[in-house]
Design a protein around this ligand. Structure first.
Ligand SMILES: [Zn+2]
Length: 313
Protein backbone atom coordinates (compact mmCIF):
# COMPACT_ATOMS: atom_id res chain seq x y z
CA UNK A 1 0.00 0.00 0.00
CA UNK A 2 1.46 3.30 -1.08
CA UNK A 3 2.21 5.91 1.55
CA UNK A 4 2.62 9.63 0.90
CA UNK A 5 4.60 12.56 2.26
CA UNK A 6 4.42 16.29 1.72
CA UNK A 7 7.55 18.40 1.28
CA UNK A 8 7.25 22.15 1.92
CA UNK A 9 9.80 24.88 1.24
CA UNK A 10 8.86 28.29 2.65
CA UNK A 11 10.40 31.25 0.83
CA UNK A 12 9.97 34.98 1.32
CA UNK A 13 7.45 35.31 -1.54
CA UNK A 14 6.14 31.81 -2.27
CA UNK A 15 5.74 28.49 -0.49
CA UNK A 16 6.64 25.48 -2.64
CA UNK A 17 4.77 22.29 -1.84
CA UNK A 18 5.23 18.79 -3.27
CA UNK A 19 3.55 15.46 -2.70
CA UNK A 20 5.78 12.40 -2.86
CA UNK A 21 5.44 8.65 -2.53
CA UNK A 22 7.51 7.31 0.36
CA UNK A 23 10.00 5.81 -2.14
CA UNK A 24 10.90 9.27 -3.42
CA UNK A 25 8.73 9.88 -6.46
CA UNK A 26 7.46 13.46 -6.85
CA UNK A 27 3.80 13.14 -7.88
CA UNK A 28 2.90 16.81 -8.07
CA UNK A 29 4.21 20.22 -7.00
CA UNK A 30 2.69 23.66 -6.74
CA UNK A 31 3.19 27.04 -5.08
CA UNK A 32 1.11 29.31 -2.88
CA UNK A 33 1.94 32.92 -1.93
CA UNK A 34 3.73 33.51 1.38
CA UNK A 35 1.50 35.88 3.36
CA UNK A 36 4.03 37.72 5.49
CA UNK A 37 1.58 40.35 6.81
CA UNK A 38 0.58 40.40 10.50
CA UNK A 39 3.78 38.70 11.59
CA UNK A 40 3.35 35.87 9.08
CA UNK A 41 0.52 34.41 11.16
CA UNK A 42 -1.35 32.96 8.15
CA UNK A 43 1.59 31.11 6.61
CA UNK A 44 1.11 27.81 8.44
CA UNK A 45 -2.69 27.79 8.15
CA UNK A 46 -2.36 28.49 4.38
CA UNK A 47 -0.01 25.51 4.11
CA UNK A 48 -2.32 23.28 6.15
CA UNK A 49 -5.27 24.19 3.93
CA UNK A 50 -3.36 23.69 0.68
CA UNK A 51 -2.02 20.29 1.76
CA UNK A 52 -5.46 19.07 2.82
CA UNK A 53 -7.14 20.37 -0.36
CA UNK A 54 -4.62 18.51 -2.51
CA UNK A 55 -4.90 15.30 -0.47
CA UNK A 56 -8.69 15.29 -0.90
CA UNK A 57 -8.40 16.13 -4.62
CA UNK A 58 -6.04 13.20 -5.14
CA UNK A 59 -8.32 10.83 -3.24
CA UNK A 60 -5.65 9.96 -0.68
CA UNK A 61 -6.74 8.60 2.69
CA UNK A 62 -5.52 10.71 5.61
CA UNK A 63 -4.03 7.64 7.31
CA UNK A 64 -1.77 7.04 4.28
CA UNK A 65 0.00 10.39 4.77
CA UNK A 66 3.19 9.90 6.78
CA UNK A 67 3.72 13.58 7.48
CA UNK A 68 4.83 17.03 6.35
CA UNK A 69 8.50 18.08 6.25
CA UNK A 70 9.23 21.76 5.96
CA UNK A 71 12.20 23.98 5.16
CA UNK A 72 12.22 27.44 6.74
CA UNK A 73 14.42 30.45 5.76
CA UNK A 74 16.14 30.91 9.11
CA UNK A 75 17.69 29.02 12.00
CA UNK A 76 15.68 26.06 13.32
CA UNK A 77 16.58 24.03 16.39
CA UNK A 78 16.48 20.22 16.25
CA UNK A 79 13.19 20.29 18.24
CA UNK A 80 11.45 22.44 15.58
CA UNK A 81 11.78 25.82 17.28
CA UNK A 82 12.39 28.66 14.84
CA UNK A 83 14.57 31.47 16.13
CA UNK A 84 13.19 34.44 14.19
CA UNK A 85 12.70 34.23 10.45
CA UNK A 86 13.10 37.88 9.52
CA UNK A 87 11.76 37.34 5.96
CA UNK A 88 8.54 35.82 7.26
CA UNK A 89 7.97 38.15 10.19
CA UNK A 90 8.19 35.21 12.61
CA UNK A 91 9.48 35.39 16.17
CA UNK A 92 10.42 32.40 18.32
CA UNK A 93 8.00 29.45 18.39
CA UNK A 94 7.81 25.74 17.63
CA UNK A 95 6.69 25.43 13.99
CA UNK A 96 6.51 21.63 14.13
CA UNK A 97 3.97 21.69 16.96
CA UNK A 98 1.99 24.49 15.37
CA UNK A 99 1.61 22.87 11.93
CA UNK A 100 1.01 19.48 13.51
CA UNK A 101 -1.88 20.98 15.49
CA UNK A 102 -3.35 22.46 12.29
CA UNK A 103 -3.02 19.32 10.15
CA UNK A 104 -2.98 16.36 12.53
CA UNK A 105 0.16 15.09 10.77
CA UNK A 106 3.66 14.41 11.96
CA UNK A 107 5.66 17.55 11.11
CA UNK A 108 9.41 18.01 10.82
CA UNK A 109 11.00 21.42 10.26
CA UNK A 110 14.54 22.44 9.44
CA UNK A 111 16.56 25.27 8.00
CA UNK A 112 15.94 25.46 4.22
CA UNK A 113 19.60 24.94 3.26
CA UNK A 114 19.81 21.88 5.52
CA UNK A 115 16.60 20.54 3.98
CA UNK A 116 18.02 21.07 0.47
CA UNK A 117 21.06 19.02 1.49
CA UNK A 118 18.79 16.24 2.71
CA UNK A 119 16.90 16.36 -0.61
CA UNK A 120 20.10 16.10 -2.65
CA UNK A 121 21.15 13.12 -0.51
CA UNK A 122 17.81 11.40 -1.05
CA UNK A 123 17.20 11.85 -4.78
CA UNK A 124 19.84 14.26 -6.13
CA UNK A 125 23.60 14.64 -6.58
CA UNK A 126 24.32 12.83 -3.31
CA UNK A 127 22.02 9.86 -3.96
CA UNK A 128 23.38 6.62 -2.57
CA UNK A 129 25.31 8.39 0.21
CA UNK A 130 24.43 8.95 3.88
CA UNK A 131 27.17 11.46 4.75
CA UNK A 132 27.14 14.56 2.61
CA UNK A 133 28.04 18.22 2.82
CA UNK A 134 26.12 20.45 0.47
CA UNK A 135 27.27 23.93 -0.47
CA UNK A 136 24.82 26.24 -2.21
CA UNK A 137 26.49 29.04 -4.14
CA UNK A 138 23.71 31.52 -4.82
CA UNK A 139 23.34 35.20 -3.90
CA UNK A 140 24.83 34.05 -0.60
CA UNK A 141 26.48 30.78 0.36
CA UNK A 142 24.33 28.25 2.20
CA UNK A 143 25.22 24.84 3.43
CA UNK A 144 23.87 21.65 4.91
CA UNK A 145 25.61 18.82 6.68
CA UNK A 146 24.06 15.35 6.76
CA UNK A 147 25.71 12.68 8.85
CA UNK A 148 24.32 9.15 8.84
CA UNK A 149 21.23 10.47 7.07
CA UNK A 150 20.51 13.08 9.77
CA UNK A 151 20.93 16.81 9.39
CA UNK A 152 23.18 18.65 11.81
CA UNK A 153 21.00 21.54 13.05
CA UNK A 154 23.19 22.56 15.95
CA UNK A 155 22.20 24.03 19.32
CA UNK A 156 21.38 27.44 17.80
CA UNK A 157 20.13 26.17 14.47
CA UNK A 158 23.35 27.40 12.86
CA UNK A 159 24.74 23.98 11.89
CA UNK A 160 25.89 23.97 8.27
CA UNK A 161 26.27 27.77 7.97
CA UNK A 162 29.32 27.21 5.82
CA UNK A 163 29.04 30.61 4.13
CA UNK A 164 30.16 32.40 7.27
CA UNK A 165 33.42 30.59 7.88
CA UNK A 166 36.10 33.28 7.99
CA UNK A 167 38.56 32.82 5.14
CA UNK A 168 40.27 36.23 5.03
CA UNK A 169 41.52 38.26 8.00
CA UNK A 170 42.42 41.31 5.92
CA UNK A 171 38.98 41.90 4.38
CA UNK A 172 37.63 45.37 5.12
CA UNK A 173 34.13 45.08 3.58
CA UNK A 174 31.40 43.61 5.77
CA UNK A 175 29.49 40.44 4.98
CA UNK A 176 25.67 40.50 5.24
CA UNK A 177 26.05 38.74 8.62
CA UNK A 178 28.04 41.63 10.08
CA UNK A 179 31.41 39.85 10.19
CA UNK A 180 34.20 40.38 7.68
CA UNK A 181 36.08 37.88 5.50
CA UNK A 182 33.30 35.27 5.21
CA UNK A 183 33.46 32.52 2.55
CA UNK A 184 30.26 33.99 1.11
CA UNK A 185 32.05 37.25 0.26
CA UNK A 186 34.27 35.42 -2.28
CA UNK A 187 32.44 32.33 -3.50
CA UNK A 188 28.78 33.36 -3.86
CA UNK A 189 27.51 34.66 -7.21
CA UNK A 190 27.75 38.20 -5.84
CA UNK A 191 31.14 37.40 -4.29
CA UNK A 192 32.86 36.41 -7.52
CA UNK A 193 31.38 39.46 -9.28
CA UNK A 194 32.70 41.66 -6.45
CA UNK A 195 36.17 40.11 -6.89
CA UNK A 196 35.93 40.69 -10.67
CA UNK A 197 35.09 44.36 -10.23
CA UNK A 198 37.96 44.86 -7.78
CA UNK A 199 40.41 43.23 -10.21
CA UNK A 200 39.10 45.19 -13.21
CA UNK A 201 39.29 48.48 -11.32
CA UNK A 202 42.74 47.98 -9.84
CA UNK A 203 44.63 46.49 -12.82
CA UNK A 204 45.05 47.22 -16.55
CA UNK A 205 44.92 43.58 -17.57
CA UNK A 206 42.97 43.06 -20.80
CA UNK A 207 39.76 41.07 -20.50
CA UNK A 208 36.54 40.68 -22.44
CA UNK A 209 34.80 41.34 -19.11
CA UNK A 210 35.75 45.01 -19.61
CA UNK A 211 33.17 45.23 -22.41
CA UNK A 212 30.35 43.82 -20.27
CA UNK A 213 28.14 46.38 -18.58
CA UNK A 214 26.78 44.22 -15.75
CA UNK A 215 29.06 41.28 -15.03
CA UNK A 216 27.46 38.09 -13.69
CA UNK A 217 29.01 34.89 -12.33
CA UNK A 218 27.96 33.15 -15.54
CA UNK A 219 29.88 35.63 -17.69
CA UNK A 220 33.02 35.15 -15.60
CA UNK A 221 32.91 31.34 -15.90
CA UNK A 222 32.02 31.52 -19.61
CA UNK A 223 34.90 33.91 -20.30
CA UNK A 224 37.27 31.61 -18.39
CA UNK A 225 36.11 28.65 -20.51
CA UNK A 226 36.86 30.79 -23.62
CA UNK A 227 40.44 31.34 -22.46
CA UNK A 228 40.12 34.86 -20.98
CA UNK A 229 43.09 35.06 -18.61
CA UNK A 230 41.66 37.51 -16.13
CA UNK A 231 38.41 35.51 -15.86
CA UNK A 232 40.42 32.30 -15.52
CA UNK A 233 42.36 33.81 -12.61
CA UNK A 234 39.06 34.68 -10.91
CA UNK A 235 37.79 31.13 -11.37
CA UNK A 236 41.10 29.74 -10.00
CA UNK A 237 40.88 31.98 -6.96
CA UNK A 238 37.22 31.02 -6.46
CA UNK A 239 38.19 27.33 -6.55
CA UNK A 240 41.08 27.94 -4.19
CA UNK A 241 39.03 29.74 -1.55
CA UNK A 242 36.21 27.18 -1.77
CA UNK A 243 38.46 24.11 -2.04
CA UNK A 244 40.48 25.22 0.98
CA UNK A 245 37.34 25.82 3.07
CA UNK A 246 35.95 22.41 2.10
CA UNK A 247 39.26 20.78 3.07
CA UNK A 248 38.83 22.29 6.54
CA UNK A 249 35.22 21.10 6.73
CA UNK A 250 36.39 17.60 5.72
CA UNK A 251 38.70 17.60 8.77
CA UNK A 252 35.66 18.10 10.99
CA UNK A 253 32.89 15.98 9.44
CA UNK A 254 34.75 13.75 6.92
CA UNK A 255 31.83 13.31 4.47
CA UNK A 256 31.59 10.81 1.60
CA UNK A 257 30.73 13.55 -0.88
CA UNK A 258 30.49 17.31 -1.38
CA UNK A 259 27.48 18.36 -3.44
CA UNK A 260 27.69 21.82 -4.98
CA UNK A 261 24.47 23.61 -5.90
CA UNK A 262 23.02 27.08 -6.40
CA UNK A 263 23.15 29.38 -9.43
CA UNK A 264 26.97 29.38 -9.64
CA UNK A 265 26.96 25.58 -9.98
CA UNK A 266 25.50 25.95 -13.48
CA UNK A 267 29.12 26.67 -14.50
CA UNK A 268 29.46 22.87 -14.32
CA UNK A 269 32.68 20.84 -14.56
CA UNK A 270 35.05 23.83 -14.50
CA UNK A 271 33.74 24.73 -11.03
CA UNK A 272 33.98 21.17 -9.69
CA UNK A 273 37.43 20.63 -11.23
CA UNK A 274 39.03 23.79 -9.82
CA UNK A 275 37.43 23.31 -6.40
CA UNK A 276 38.59 19.69 -6.25
CA UNK A 277 42.10 20.61 -7.40
CA UNK A 278 42.56 22.98 -4.46
CA UNK A 279 40.69 20.71 -2.07
CA UNK A 280 43.31 18.04 -2.78
CA UNK A 281 46.07 20.54 -2.16
CA UNK A 282 44.81 21.35 1.35
CA UNK A 283 42.99 18.18 2.45
CA UNK A 284 44.17 16.03 5.33
CA UNK A 285 45.60 12.80 3.86
CA UNK A 286 42.76 10.59 5.11
CA UNK A 287 40.10 12.76 3.40
CA UNK A 288 41.59 12.89 -0.08
CA UNK A 289 39.16 10.41 -1.62
CA UNK A 290 36.12 12.57 -0.85
CA UNK A 291 33.93 12.79 -3.95
CA UNK A 292 32.48 15.92 -5.57
CA UNK A 293 29.21 16.23 -7.49
CA UNK A 294 26.88 18.91 -8.78
CA UNK A 295 23.42 19.21 -7.28
CA UNK A 296 20.68 17.96 -9.63
CA UNK A 297 17.36 18.97 -8.06
CA UNK A 298 17.61 22.74 -8.53
CA UNK A 299 14.82 24.66 -6.79
CA UNK A 300 13.05 21.40 -5.89
CA UNK A 301 15.80 20.29 -3.48
CA UNK A 302 13.94 21.88 -0.56
CA UNK A 303 10.66 20.01 -1.09
CA UNK A 304 12.55 16.74 -1.64
CA UNK A 305 14.41 17.36 1.61
CA UNK A 306 11.20 18.11 3.48
CA UNK A 307 9.70 14.83 2.32
CA UNK A 308 12.91 12.95 3.15
CA UNK A 309 12.98 14.38 6.69
CA UNK A 310 9.72 12.54 7.37
CA UNK A 311 10.90 9.26 5.86
CA UNK A 312 14.09 9.28 7.93
CA UNK A 313 12.53 10.78 11.07
ZN1 LIG B 1 29.14 36.30 6.95
Amino acid sequence: MAKYVFGVDIGGTTVKIGIFTDDGKLLDKWEIPTRTDEGGKYILSDIAESVEDRRVEMGIDKKDVLGVGMGVPGPVRADGTVLRCVNLGWGIFNVEEELSKLTGYVVKAGNDANMAALGEMWQGGGKGHRNIVMVTLGTGVGGGIIINGKMISGVNGAGGEIGHICVNDSETEKCGCGNTGCLEQYTSATGIVRSANILLNTTDKPSKLRTVQYISAKEIFDAAKDGDELAASLVENHGKVLGKALAQIACVVDPEIFVIGGGVSRAGDILVDTTKKYFLEYAFHACRTTQFALATLGNDAGIYGGACSIITK
